[in-house]
Design a protein around this ligand. Structure first.
Ligand code: 9MG
Length: 298
């Protein structure tokens, strides 16, 4: 299955997201320990200002999270995560844009879906007890199922072995099948290779180089390269906040290879890069078969 044959809509609680155009998911960290923004959006009002700023920059979806997924970062207690995320989600759902919440805890999933959130973005792919049931219980919310090797505390200690692309594909296919078996409609599901989650730099780039193989699962793909350490490794840019150009380059390459959603910190720059990509795509689509034949004649 190539990019043009992919499913064109992501069904979420309040929005049917049109995936014919690549979607930019803006990251809103409500964490004091966030690896890339130093916790600048740690309070409700600054998080909401950040939501509004990302929308002005062209974000199509907002992804709000209350626990850092940086390798080695500690798990946040349930009450703390609820206290960080709920006040932000309660206001963000008024912004007339799909609201995604990055969580693996079923209690948080239920609470944010009750507040009107549209999407659950789960780095554990609904493998934590009760998570799949929490999502299945909502008639139409969207869900992103991500591949992760081990867990955020231990994933870099022993990265994956063998052919990472085929293993990730198999995992994503099985995760989607398990979700569908619980009654989650396939139109609600998006898959994500989980860049950086228990993979070496070479394995992350293999997932980008061979991203087309992941399309065989038959679901839209989300790619999250933004500011990740693999980009630092190949560019020498140490500070995550300074990895804007590498992040935009990776997002663009992921879209070129078929990703339909990119999860990014730097929305404005990504939107601009994708406008250039789209202009070229539109120009290609405008070409008639006759014009193509004409061009090929000597
Ligand atoms: C929460 N989070 C951090 N990185 C991510 C990625 O690459 N994909 C998704 N879906 N979520 C992520």
């Amino acid at each position: 299955m190539n990019a043009r044959q992919q499913v064109a809509v992501w069904q979420t609680a309040r929005h049917r997201i049109d995936l014919r155009r690549p979607q930019v998911m803006g990251i809103v960290n409500v964490t004091p320990d966030s690896f890339s923004d130093g916790g600048a959006h740690g309070s409700t009002s600054s998080a909401l200002r950040h939501c509004e700023a990302l929308l002005c920059e062209g974000a199509d979806i907002l992804d709000i999270g209350g626990e850092s997924t940086r390798p080695g970062s500690p798990a946040v207690p349930l009450e703390e995560e609820l206290a960080r995320v709920l006040p932000v989600v309660r206001e963000a759902v008024r912004l007339d844009v799909p609201i995604s919440v990055d969580t693996y805890k079923p209690e948080v999933m239920r609470a944010v879906l009750d507040l009107g959130a549209d999407i659950v973005n789960d780095i554990w792919a609904l493998r934590r007890p009760g998570a799949a049931e929490a999502v299945a219980a909502q008639p139409s919310c969207g869900v992103c199922l991500m591949h992760m090797h081990r867990d955020p505390q231990t994933m870099q200690a022993a990265p994956m072995q063998g052919d990472v692309v085929s293993q990730v594909l198999l995992f994503l296919q099985r995760s989607a099948q398990a979700a569908c078996a619980l009654g989650i409609d396939s139109a609600r599901i998006v898959l994500d290779p989980g860049i950086g989650f228990g993979k070496t730099v070479a394995q992350n780039f293999a997932l980008l180089a061979r991203q087309g193989e992941l399309m065989a699962a038959g679901f839209p793909l989300l790619a999250g390269w933004s500011r990740k350490s693999s980009l630092g490794a190949v560019t020498g840019v140490e500070s995550p906040a300074e990895r804007v150009v590498p992040s935009v380059a990776a997002a663009l390459m992921a879209v070129e290879r078929g990703a339909r959603i990119v999860r990014v910190h730097d929305v404005r720059q990504t939107v601009q890069a994708l406008a250039v990509w789209r202009a070229a795509e539109d120009a290609r689509a405008d070409r008639t078969p006759e014009q193509d034949e004409e061009k090929q004649r000597p």
